[in-house]
Ligand binder design. Structure first.
Ligand SMILES: [Zn+2]
Ligand SMILES: [Zn+2]
Length: 175
């Protein structure tokens, strides 16, 4: 789904559609977009910039930060962003650029791709440390087992190293 910037000369444009997971460029990351993303938006020209407002919903899978099992998240968000043609914003010194960077996205040519908006919104709305459940026990740092599924004895064995020395001595004495 693309927004033809030239059409905005005639007035605002309302669009709705779907963006496929394969269009989002997350293939090599941990982020799995599980189905097509529904997006609706209004685009309009405001002075030299394009303002795009709308909402989208996406279902995303992410590995739990403790046990690595996939967790499903729903992203439902509204956005309101400004875009400027790269050609209309030649470098104007660092201060101007820094101010612009935080507020305005850039596009090249005559189109703004909805997949760029979707990608950015998903990244902004995902949790930094996803967890599958509040009391997820995570992976055992010693043997790597998922402690939600299986208990291991590592904690019991890994006691104070000085105590292990004592236990060795004691064992030697016993056997
Ligand atoms: Zn977990
Ligand atoms: Zn273990």
């Amino acid at each position: 789904m693309r927004i033809d910037v030239r059409e905005l000369e005639l007035g605002p444009l309302a669009l709705q559609g779907e963006v496929l997971p394969s269009e989002l460029g997350f293939d090599s990351s941990e982020i799995q977009v599980l189905e097509q993303v529904r997006i609706e938006l209004t685009a309009e020209r405001q002075a030299s910039e394009i303002r795009i407002r709308g909402r989208l919903t996406a279902n995303v899978g992410l590995p739990c930060s403790r046990c690595l099992e996939p967790v499903r998240f729903s992203v439902a968000t509204e956005f309101d962003q400004f875009y400027a043609s790269n050609a209309e914003h030649p470098l104007q010194g660092e201060i101007a650029l820094q101010q612009k960077d935080t507020e305005v996205g850039f596009f090249l040519g005559d189109f703004i791709d909805a997949s760029d908006i979707v990608r950015e919104q998903i990244l902004l709305n995902l949790p930094m440390k996803p967890i599958c459940r509040e009391d997820c026990k995570g992976l055992c740092p010693h043997c790597g087992k998922n402690r939600n599924l299986q208990d291991c004895n590592c904690e019991a064995v890994l006691v104070d190293p000085r105590l292990i020395q004592l236990m060795k001595i004691k064992n030697r004495m016993t056997f």
